[in-house]
Design a protein around this ligand. Structure first.
Ligand code: CIR
Length: 254
């Protein structure tokens, strides 16, 4: 069965890190309601949701994806690129310990889980303001024994690799080619976001289902035309904190 670790929105969310967006007020109640909707959609897809309590002093801690990379064989605890986010990892380690053998990224390497995209046995690691080559090498060393190939991918203009590209189906990636080069992903097919919807490339795949945001109607139309009919969940309030769909869960086979 699939499990998802999630964490309630911190009351400090308005002090979140911001890289590419101007700060605008985030309504805590709206963010929490939308986040509960996200958890409910996961539950409706048969996912066992392990919901951690909110962390009062960790503004970005709802974005659990950044603290770990979970594979079938093990999990790698990250060392987040923003110093303010490093204390988030400890409680995620505790939550993952019953499920996986844990490895750790060592200082001074830095990586956010949002920069890590798994496509089969290939792991792409975005080279963003948050993640560096030293982390790529560590991930490679940890995962090579399990047969994974790890590749560094330059990312420009957005926070994370998965802001620019995510997996839509077994062989297709949803991509914003303005932020990442298609040539970095040999042998796969692409669906491009509508150019008017730069932030639309983050889709959450849950088994064979696809979860998406109603905020990107033009790209949604492209998905529908391609025969993909996503479940919709509004995450627009956390979008103001530069969060998207994948960042709010750690999804794995339990
Ligand atoms: C940050 O800047 O770290 C948070 N405000 C947003 C993190 C979003 N995480 C993700 O897309 N994986």
């Amino acid at each position: 069965m699939l499990a998802a670790i999630t964490r309630a929105v911190s009351p400090a969310i308005n002090q979140c890190e911001l890289t590419n967006l101007e700060r605008v007020p985030i309504d805590l109640e709206t963010a929490r309601r939308q986040h509960r909707g996200y958890e409910a959609v996961l539950g409706s897809l048969g996912v066992k949701v392990v919901s951690l309590p909110a962390e009062e002093d960790l503004p970005d801690s709802v974005f659990v994806e950044d603290a770990a990379v979970v594979l079938d064989e093990c999990a790698v605890l990250t060392r987040p690129g923003a110093a303010s986010r490093r204390p988030e990892v400890e409680s995620i380690a505790r939550a993952l310990a019953p499920y996986r053998e844990l490895f750790t990224i060592q200082a001074p390497a830095r990586v956010d889980g949002g920069d890590v995209l798994m496509v089969g046995k290939t792991i792409y690691v975005g080279q963003s303001t948050r993640s560096d080559l030293s982390a790529v090498r560590q991930i490679q060393n940890i995962l090579a024994p399990y047969g994974y190939i790890v590749r560094a991918v330059p990312v420009v203009g957005c926070l994370h690799l998965k802001s620019a590209v995510t997996q839509l189906s077994g062989d297709t990636l949803l991509i914003n080619p303005a932020w990442v080069d298609r040539a970095c992903f040999p042998g796969v097919m692409f669906l491009e976001v509508d150019p008017a919807e730069a932030y639309a490339a983050n889709v959450l795949r849950v088994g064979d289902a696809v979860v998406y945001q109603p905020s990107f109607p033009r790209t949604l139309e492209r998905l529908e035309k391609a025969g993909i009919h996503p479940l919709l969940v509004d995450q627009s309030e956390l979008g103001k904190a530069e969060g998207a769909l994948t960042c709010c869960s750690l999804l794995f086979n339990a």
